[in-house]
Design a protein around this ligand. Structure first.
Ligand SMILES: [Cu+2]
Length: 114
């Protein structure tokens, strides 16, 4: 009986510690190499994003229409992203990367990697 209760207490202490770690860890939005582009109203926002080499860019489709993210050079290409779907790509080398939505070619954007 006593042992059982002691184990239970230990487990709660572990759960409390886990909560503390999660609460004090950096939020994803504050991570310096995480960048987000919102796809909304048939536009990429921001249209141009400058990041450091090694950064990961995530596109999220907030439209009711499917969109894609397709590099002009074929470096990366998402499938059709439905509403609330995301696509990420890590940019390792400095350069200027143009991309479009292959469904709506007028949707264009640029990633500049320093
Ligand atoms: Cu589109």
């Amino acid at each position: 009986m006593f042992t059982g209760r002691f184990r239970l207490l230990q487990r709660s202490a572990g759960a409390a510690m886990l909560c503390w770690v999660l609460a004090t860890g950096p939020a994803p939005a504050e991570t310096p190499d995480a960048h987000r582009i919102v796809v909304k109203n048939f536009m990429f926002a921001p249209m141009t994003l400058t990041v450091k080499a090694g950064s990961t860019v995530t596109w999220s489709n907030m439209d009711e229409e499917p969109h894609t993210v397709s590099s002009d050079t074929g470096l990366f290409r998402s499938g059709a992203m439905d509403t609330n779907e995301i696509f990420s790509f890590k940019f390792d080398k400095p350069g200027t990367y143009h991309f479009t939505c292959s469904i709506h070619p007028r949707m264009v954007g640029t990633i500049v990697v320093d």
